[in-house]
Design a protein around this ligand. Structure first.
Ligand SMILES: C[S@@+](CC[C@H](N)C(=O)[O-])C[C@H]1O[C@@H](n2cnc3c(N)ncnc32)[C@H](O)[C@@H]1O
Length: 286
């Protein structure tokens, strides 16, 4: 299995990093990255004014989950009107020909960059055929991947309204036989082991209160030799002499957490350690 990890630092600085290990077939994890800090900051400000502040402190995280599903169910229509059905950031690269104002092209570029970084083959015989979309939002990634690869996609989200809308869009796009969506928890996925040759998590990892459980579940449902792609926001790694983030950084992150129903941020190194502990072949791009 291979896993590929794209980490998006938002809105703090980010650093290039790549690590790779060889193994017999295990799922692989890819972490690609993006440069979107300006957009993210403005989104955070906007949402902070329009969404109530979360208070999710129960030990089992249930209040957090309720907050996430309520937040996404209430705001998805709004996001769909403004951004379309992809609920993730775009990939902006100085060398890219994507215009800074064409956010949908940039969102598609984020998907394509993630697949490219993870080394997903262009050979039809080697392309993924069974995909799970973890934290699927309105299911745009699933529909895109199903079309691109002719694959079967199962997506899930905490939001019932989101799952319903994702199924409506799949039907409207003639993909109902390939793609389906349901309500489920990424920390307790409703699938047997080893089901999927591509496990896709686009900007859902930041909502997970238990990162170890999250990556364990991703690895559990991945087929031997499959690929796990995680694109997520992370805080920066601490410097050698630092014990914690700067107070201004903590303050800023707390504001983002409160606005978007996010638990405490972890760093890319934290993810890398977790993924390495599962003996996955790992590529990381920040
Ligand atoms: C920012 S949206 C990204 C949606 C989608 N991946 C996309 O790129 O369009 C985050 C998604 O993660 C989902 N999510 C957060 N925590 C989750 C959990 N524990 N289990 C399942 N989905 C979760 C939310 O319901 C939401 O659909």
């Amino acid at each position: 299995m291979t896993s590929v990890f794209h980490a998006c630092h938002s809105p703090l600085p980010y650093f290039p990093r790549k690590c790779q290990r060889s193994h017999p077939p295990r799922p692989s994890v890819s972490f690609p990255s993006s440069s979107f800090s300006r957009r993210c900051q403005s989104d955070a400000r906007f949402m902070a004014t329009s969404v109530k502040t979360a208070a999710w402190t129960t030990p089992d995280g249930s209040a957090l989950q309720d907050g996430i599903s309520e937040y996404f169910d209430k705001s998805s229509g709004f996001w769909e009107d403004i951004w379309g059905d992809h609920m993730h950031h775009g990939f902006y690269d100085p060398d890219s020909n994507v215009s800074g104002t064409d956010h949908i092209a940039a969102q598609i570029r984020m998907i394509e960059e993630s697949l490219r970084f993870a080394g997903i083959s262009e050979d039809p015989a080697k392309q993924p055929k069974r995909i799970v979309d973890v934290g699927c939002g309105l299911g745009a990634s699933s529909r895109y991947l199903a079309r691109k690869y002719g694959a079967e996609c199962q997506g899930f989200t905490l939001g019932a309204v989101q799952a319903g809308r994702a199924n409506v869009l799949a039907k409207a796009e003639g993909l109902a036989d390939k793609v389906s969506f349901q309500v489920a928890d990424a920390l307790n996925q409703p699938f047997p082991d080893g089901q999927f040759d591509l496990v896709w998590s686009m900007e859902s990892g930041e909502h997970m209160p238990d990162k170890a459980k999250f990556v364990n579940e991703l690895a559990r449902v991945a087929a031997p030799g499959g690929t796990i792609i995680i694109v997520t926001e992370c805080r920066r790694d601490l410097g050698p002499s630092e014990k914690s983030l700067q107070p201004w950084e903590k303050k800023l992150l707390n504001r983002i957490c409160n606005a978007f129903y996010l638990p405490e941020w972890c760093s890319t190194s934290d993810y890398v350690k977790l993924l390495q502990s599962l003996s996955l072949q790992l590529q990381c791009r920040i």
